[in-house]
Design a protein around this ligand. Structure first.
Ligand code: C2E
Ligand code: CA
Ligand code: CA
Length: 246
């Protein structure tokens, strides 16, 4: 019923303060209930299989938004789309991504897929093949919610990924909890030794951003810069070159 929308949350370079990525986050406004949080409706879509159709729509909508920004004379950074367990398990997963990117003159630099750490580690050998195939098409791959999924370190090194996103749980108390500083420092050095970009999720304060910069984290996402906002708002951000002050 066309009740779904994609909002986008910028990812920001910690050194330069500029927008370097956009994460597509699904929004549902029910006519009776109003906005329903993704944490409530996404699990139901996964149980019912509706996530296959909705996830395909999200991929196509994100590419369409990217193209529209380009057509309007902007230089959008790559858009990241979340991929659920049911989608990744489909035999035609790679074909679905290919279709979303098709018609794309130069599909490189358009799309990034976010896959949670716990999901990627299930059936890891099959996932490695699928992710290699989508990377060959020019899409990038990020591990989402890193730190929550009991990864085997021997697999992390083998995964065809570009980016590691540190879960918000480790960022939340970073400036108060020395234990979290140690964990985040270790994650950052692990990522860099594997030549991966590190993004910290859920950064809400300048203190957190400053500490993450000191720890050599590359990028962050969070309310400090912006929550997820409608596509028109992103267009404004890009036009104004919105960046983190200081
Ligand atoms: P996620 O992929 O880990 O997305 C990050 C969540 O953190 C988003 O919640 C975002 O709004 C929120 N967030 C961002 N910055 C901050 C911050 O500074 N503080 C706090 N407290 N929260 C922050 P959202 O949009 O409610 O999405 C929740 C989850 O729903 C996502 O977690 C993702 O797992 C799932 N989701 C959302 N859209 C999609 C989609 O299109 N497909 C799939 N498969 N899952 C989706
Ligand atoms: Ca995500
Ligand atoms: Ca996440």
């Amino acid at each position: 019923r066309r009740e779904l929308a994609l909002h986008y949350q910028p990812t920001v370079d910690l050194g330069k303060g500029n927008i370097v990525g956009l994460e597509a986050l699904m929004r549902w406004r029910d006519p009776d209930l109003g906005p329903v949080p993704p944490a409530r409706f996404i699990p139901v879509m996964e149980e019912t299989g509706l996530i296959l159709e909705a996830g395909r729509w999200a991929l196509e909508q994100a590419v369409a938004d990217f193209r529209r920004w380009q057509a309007n004379g902007l230089h959008p950074p790559r858009v990241a789309v979340n991929v659920s367990q049911l989608q990744l398990r489909q035999k035609d997963f790679v074909a679905t991504v290919e279709r979303a990117l098709s018609g794309a003159a130069g599909a490189a630099g358009v799309l990034e897929l976010e896959i949670t750490e716990s999901l990627i580690m299930q059936d890891v050998e099959a996932n490695i093949l699928k992710l290699k195939a989508v990377r060959d098409m020019g899409a990038e791959v990020a591990i989402d919610d890193f730190g929550t999924g009991y990864s085997s370190l021997s697999y992390i090194a083998k995964l065809p990924i570009n980016t590691l996103k540190i879960d918000r749980a480790f960022v939340m108390n970073l400036t108060r909890n020395p234990g979290d500083v140690s964990i985040v420092t270790t994650m950052i050095s692990l990522a860099h030794s594997l030549d991966l970009t590190v993004v910290a999720e859920g950064v809400e304060t300048l203190e957190q951003a400053n500490l993450l910069r000191l720890l050599k984290c590359d990028e962050f996402q969070g309310y400090l810069f912006s929550p997820a906002v409608p596509a028109e708002r992103i267009e404004q951000f890009l036009r104004e070159n919105k960046s983190l002050p200081g």
